[in-house]
Design a protein around this ligand. Sequence first.
Ligand code: IPM
Ligand code: MN
Length: 355
Amino acid sequence: MSKTYHIAVIPGDGTGPEVVAEGIKVLHAVAGKAGFKLNLTYFDLGGDRYLKTGEVLPEHAVDELRKFDSIYLGAIGHPDVKPGILEKGILLKLRFELDQYVNLRPVKLYPGIDCPLKDKGPEHIDFVVVRENTEGLYAGAGGVLKKGTPDEVAVQESINTRKGVERCIRFAFEYCRKRKKMNKLTLCGKTNVLTFAFDLWERTFYEVAKEYPDVKVDYAHVDAITMWFVKNPEWFDVIVTDNMFGDIITDLGAMIQGGMGIAAGGNINPQGVSMFEPIGGSAPKYKGQNIINPLAAICAGGMMLEHLGEERAGKAVEQAVIRVTATHLKSLAAGKMGMTTTEVGDLVATYVTEL
Ligand code: IPM
Ligand code: MN
């Protein structure tokens, strides 16, 4: 009997539903070919629901989501909703409640894609950022005093626990070993200034490193790493860092791999339910025009398959995407692909069945 995966789908806001539809098209195509099934359950979460009902994330939704094999997410963010409400109320809440403690973000330049870096090609840009996903500045610790007065005080603290730091670093070592590329793990921090938080990170990093003698270790300050991403991206294999730095450096990473049109990520709980998403956001100005690039969502679907253990199917999705970027797309940018959103999805879905 063929295996069935139960997937929760959250199309979300803006262009989320459009790109998710193409991702699902490709997932069904590859599933048919590889001999497994996908059972999809859609969840109506996001800005429209909030504006209609006042509900951000109903209590029962998190418990229902826990029961799935994986979650496939489009985008969260609505122009008519004050920034922070949906992001914190849905996206971050799910990451925290489901304890998805790693945000995994591959940065890979595919053939045929324009790279903004001079003299760099696919052979130079292929690394993965392991971003801690439940602590740091995102934990929401801190507060405000005397708000709106000249004496206002705002404190936002970075929470770093030994347990949280260690499990993230351990994941990065394991991932690096399994990836078998350069066997090199770089810790990205700021040990020269953030001497409490990154002292904990650094000590933990070198302690755990003793258990992985086959993995070479390196350290870079976060400001320097933004420099190296531009100058020498080929130095990197796997990078591990905290939540805030990871957020920032992966946007830079997305740009050097060709832009948000292709950048995907996974929110991973190795013991629980993980969630895969294109990282580009809801892009509301392109909504409903059939011009948004669905490749990031399609790649997120491929990552989801690999995570579920369907490694060959996941790789097939990537290969099909590469065939499209190498031979068909004029650009990765919305409205400039030379094809519509649905045409790109159709093409990847066709190629994936030919592999
Ligand atoms: C990301 C996004 C989120 C983050 C926002 C939308 C809360 O920028 O996934 O990188 O900061 O983590
Ligand atoms: Mn971000």
